[in-house]
Ligand binder design. Structure first.
Ligand SMILES: Cc1cc2nc3c(=O)[nH]c(=O)nc-3n(C[C@H](O)[C@H](O)[C@H](O)COP(=O)(O)O)c2cc1C
Length: 246
């Protein structure tokens, strides 16, 4: 009987020890789990907080940099000059009428050497080959040249001459003088304060009285003597003509 009691006591002690050991493990696991969860929460929260802080942080950095730059005495970036400060265009305009492209080529070279703007005087009703037939005494161009009062309508958009101080005015010679559409042009605009320099192309005739004709019709501007050029005039020759007028 005594043996049985001792055996029972030993069994109880053993069972209790096992129970405690198991309990201890669970607690340790629980503690570990809790700590891991807390750690995760903490790192998630920190992550979220870091994300939240990122945007304002960059703004802060920008403004801090601005303050630092000001404190360091460096000037804030200069503002772009407004369009009012910069001229919208060159002060030279090369305006021209060209029925078959010859005068246009010379005008483009003058614009290249002067840095001027180009303006093409287009007829509202374009001239056809038939219109330009000078062998036909009834062709449109010949009829127009025979009547000094004719004013063919201009089809190109109006141009403001404000800001231009020099205008090179180009045209082909038609029956010894400027085509009537040039008369329309010079009567349409004011050349007050502008120096006008006529130039032309032709089959061989000189510029004749084209300049004085247009000056009279315009009634304003300082008109210089014009010049006739052949189709293939070089930029060098144009440059010496332009330089020679200064
Ligand atoms: C109706 C008409 C009349 C012309 N009259 C003359 C003239 O009197 N003298 C001359 O040398 N060339 C004359 N020409 C030739 C042009 O002046 C010459 O071909 C000019 O370079 C054409 O220029 P554009 O291509 O810019 O129109 C005449 C051409 C036309 C269409």
């Amino acid at each position: 009987m005594k043996k049985v009691k001792i055996l029972l006591a030993v069994l109880m002690v053993f069972t209790m020890t096992l129970g405690m050991a198991a309990c201890g493990n669970t607690k340790a696991e629980e503690t570990a789990d809790t700590e891991t969860a807390e750690a995760q929460n903490t790192s998630e929260e920190e992550g979220a907080a870091a994300e939240k802080e990122e945007e304002p942080a960059s703004e802060e950095t920008a403004s801090e940099e601005a303050v630092e730059a000001t404190e360091a005495g460096s000037e804030p970036a200069e503002e772009e000059p407004s369009s009012e400060d910069t001229p919208a265009h060159s002060d030279v305009l090369v305006a021209y009428f060209s029925a078959t492209g010859t005068t246009k080529g010379v005008a483009e070279r003058i614009a290249a050497v002067t840095g001027g703007d180009l303006y093409e005087i287009l007829a509202a009703e374009p001239y056809t080959e038939e219109d330009l037939n000078y062998n036909d005494s009834n062709s449109r161009s010949t009829a127009e040249q025979n009547d000094k009062t004719v004013r063919p309508e201009i089809g190109s958009e109006d141009i403001s001459l404000e800001g231009y101080t020099t205008i090179y005015l180009g045209f082909p010679i038609w029956w010894g003088e400027e085509p009537r559409i040039l008369d329309t042009f010079v009567e349409k605009y004011s050349f007050e304060g502008i120096t006008v320099i006529p130039f032309c192309t032709s089959g061989g005739s000189g510029i004749g009285r084209s300049g004085p004709n247009m000056e009279e019709l315009a009634g304003s501007g300082t008109w210089l003597e014009g010049k006739r050029f052949s189709a293939g005039v070089s930029e060098e020759d144009l440059t010496s003509w332009i330089d020679g007028m200064e």
